[in-house]
Write a protein that binds this ligand. Structure first.
Ligand code: BTN
Length: 342
């Protein structure tokens, strides 16, 4: 029931003209004039004004700038807003925005199993049971964080799927670095800023031996600190992109930057393989060549991060011996940069 409700809610909120008005206002930092909107949408100025009033009644904040036009203030998203800014990309060729869902990764997998095309992007305003790595939960409350999943159908063997998480880390690092400096990757694919986690990636797949049917890449980005603070279950250091950027960010700009960066990285990976991804990942990794503590299921080991292998394992130099570390979290020694439980 939850799933249906999510989909229906997102469809019901928008009248097609209002959807177009939002798509036109979204992504523009400058006001858009009423005359221009009226021309583009084939409506009168009064018609535009009525739709703007109706959008405001739905809780969407739109500023009026006398003599200049309208500017969207709320962080709202719609498929039309995304599609308007994406060209002929595979990723984002179809976009869905849901009001509420259990988890965008689950929904993308369900749709993947019923034949959805590669490149489908699903974004939810709220996830009721969002998931993180290592069985953790991931909170996504109204509009404060970007919860996005991408469906891929790569022609690679299942063993190579972890490479897609690292590829996504490279793309996400590039996308977030458009908005803030000093973003670093922390193995395997957390994004950090000043020691706080700003974003994470959860990759899941459906496969049989030798064949991948569907891969879902889930990306969660903390866009802004929730007005009532971070949920108390989050015990470790966490931050958000607006703080890192020094200005209020919106999910549309961030989602578009991620989709574009993913499109480039994914194409390069399919054409050139993992080696260039590994190189870029290593450059962006905050702990390359540094002393780390690697926490696995049963304890931890300490060593110097020496390299990343083909399977995405971190190679640690522990007293002159190389050890592979494949699952868990790392902590940078000497800095308070332990991965958060988000
Ligand atoms: C982590 O760092 O633990 C990974 C977090 C991944 C969260 C995202 S939000 C969108 C997608 N849907 C989910 O349920 N999880 C991922």
């Amino acid at each position: 029931m939850e799933i249906r409700r999510g989909i229906i809610a997102s469809l019901m909120t928008m009248n097609p003209k209002q959807d177009l008005i939002l798509a036109r206002l979204g992504g523009s930092s400058m006001p858009v004039s009423g005359d221009l909107l009226a021309d583009e949408l084939g409506l009168s100025r009064a018609g535009i004004w009525k739709h703007i009033q109706s959008l405001r009644k739905q809780g969407i904040e739109i500023e009026s700038h006398p003599g200049r036009g309208y500017r969207l203030k709320s962080d709202v998203l719609s498929p039309a807003m995304l599609r308007r800014h994406l060209g002929d990309t595979v990723i984002g060729s179809e976009c869905m925005v849901l009001e509420e869902i259990d988890s965008t990764n689950r929904e993308a997998m369900r749709l993947g199993e019923s034949g959805a095309k590669e490149g489908l992007v699903i974004i939810a305003n709220r996830q009721t049971t969002g998931r993180g790595r290592l069985g953790r939960s991931w909170h996504t409350e109204a509009h404060d964080s970007l919860a996005m999943s991408i469906l891929l159908r790569p022609n690679i063997s299942p063993e190579k799927v972890p490479q897609l998480s690292l590829l996504t880390a490279v793309a996400l690092h590039k996308a977030l670095s458009h908005f803030a400096t000093d973003i670093g990757i922390k193995w395997p694919n957390d994004m950090l800023h000043n020691g706080g986690k700003i974003a994470g990636i959860l990759t899941e797949m459906r496969a049989e031996p030798g064949q991948v049917h569907a891969v879902v890449i889930g990306i969660g980005v903390n866009i802004r600190k929730p007005s009532d603070g971070w949920p108390k279950e989050i015990t470790q250091q966490v931050t958000d992109l607006s703080t890192a950027a020094g200005k209020d960010m919106n999910r549309l700009d961030v989602a578009l930057a991620i989709i574009r960066a993913m499109e480039i990285s994914y194409r390069e990976y399919l054409a050139d393989g993992f080696a260039p991804v590994r190189e870029k990942w290593w450059q962006a990794h905050a702990a390359s060549g540094q002393q780390v503590r690697a926490h696995g299921g049963t304890g931890y080991i300490e060593g110097v991060a020496e390299a990343l292998d083909e399977d995405g394992a971190l190679l640690l130099n522990v007293d002159g011996q190389l050890q592979r570390f494949i699952a868990g979290d790392i902590e940078l020694m000497g800095k308070n940069t332990m991965g958060s439980e988000r």
